[in-house]
Design a protein around this ligand. Sequence first.
Ligand SMILES: NC(=O)c1ccc[n+]([C@@H]2O[C@H](COP(=O)([O-])OP(=O)(O)OC[C@H]3O[C@@H](n4cnc5c(N)ncnc54)[C@H](O)[C@@H]3O)[C@@H](O)[C@H]2O)c1
Length: 504
Amino acid sequence: MTALDLADPVAVVGTGTIGQGIAQVALVAGHPVRLYDAVPGRAQAAAEAIGARLDRLVEKDRLTGADRDAARTRLSPAESLAELADSHLVVEAVLERLDVKQQLLRELEEIVTDDCLLATNTSSLSVTAIGGALRNPGRFVGLHFFNPAPLLPLVEVVSGFATDVTSATRAYETARAWGKTPVACADTPGFIVNRIARPFYAEAFAVYEAQAADPATIDAVLRESGGFKMGAFELTDLIGQDVNESVTRSVWEAFFQDVRFTPSLAQRRLVESGRHGRKTGRGWYAYGDDAERPEPHTAEKAQPPAYVVAEGDLGPAAELLPLIREASIQVREDEEDNGTRLVLPGGGQLALADGQTSVEFRDVVYFDLALDYRKATRIALSASQDTRPGTLAEAIGLFQALGKDVSVIGDVPGSIVARTVARIIDLAHDAVTKGVATEEDIDTAMRLGVNYPLGPFEWSRKLGKTWAHDLLEELHLRDPSGRYAPSLALYRHAYASDKREGTP
Ligand SMILES: NC(=O)c1ccc[n+]([C@@H]2O[C@H](COP(=O)([O-])OP(=O)(O)OC[C@H]3O[C@@H](n4cnc5c(N)ncnc54)[C@H](O)[C@@H]3O)[C@@H](O)[C@H]2O)c1
């Protein structure tokens, strides 16, 4: 089954934010495109808005004048659904309500031909549930674009329980022919991106709620150490706290209030009080001409230690050792495999965040996971009241000698980046086992859909088989709510082959 022919008419029903974007994509690809909206005049206005956007593409030399003119002649508003009768594909992007979408599809089914593909752009409803309204749900598929659709390449092609393989393949190939990067996924809450991205927000909010760090510091650590383009607080201010929370709530509800997806109390307060982010002038941060962005916590200059003793295998933090040597700090390697720590001259220890707390080991400072310790410009350190001030000062001095800003945060297990990445990896493994998507498609979706520096499986490979599992297990011991319980899928990934080797 191949993509639609470029001569095949495509219709978009619901010409709001995303509907206009999808129509523009199909139009620029070469299809005749028909627009319909329930509110009279909106389809016409949308056609004009799309025309104006094509003009801007011509100004920016991204479209020729001739192609723009041809595209305009292929675009037409419709005054009734009946005018969509010759469509080969109808994408609905109307109000996010099951009854509204079902009613629309019932009407459409009476109008279009039997081989017309029907698609929904829903982001939070079940494709199976919407398709339940159709006599032939086999031709119905989710085509989940991301806003702004002309710019963002990812499209999640969602198969409901009743979707025919041929319909899903046709939708997939058509999205690809439109220059998009489609990924195939099953009809489960949040599909791929909105499901696996939840901990990115939730863990940042949890660290804040634990009073371990302020939003500016957490954001800076996620960016400068984690390699994320934006921190969770600034990103949700951009998305809109109301919009972001409603996705979280819908995924949580759809999973029957699974504790792994529990919404944040702090974000609830923000939404309730109307602090929705940039669009309302205030969210986690204040916006406007005289608004000042708070600075992240950055430690004062401290004296670096003369040497460190490396004990055992530092795992993902092993790349620190050459950096320490390059900073003219001696690294003494302890051959005895009795830890995964750096011992400082004062006797205190420095360890990669592993889900334990500083309180349990006394005199230890945990440092956060970095995407790349060489490139990271900031590192979060957590210490407890039992950490000697001299140990913390030596730890700060060490990372400063490597050219990093240091943010000292409270004694939260799993720091900031480490707990976030571990949970994303866990949800990704769990999703594959549940048949949501392949590892490759999940990596693609998270890189393109939410701009992660690495897909969860790429990250997992870099960190080692057992890293995320072991960290989550420690977190789970300290918070047995189930939020951090590693999935069976992650446990298998971490330990299955080892156990097989040991089995007689
Ligand atoms: N905006 C996004 O970022 C985004 C991204 C992905 C998916 N989505 C999904 O796309 C859909 C639309 O979202 P939006 O943000 O573009 O909404 P929007 O409010 O901007 O536009 C919705 C449009 O649908 C029209 N409409 C409502 N009921 C209709 C009906 N029965 N028949 C025809 N037209 C009808 C409205 O008049 C309006 O113009 C939702 O399902 C949403 O979840 C949105």
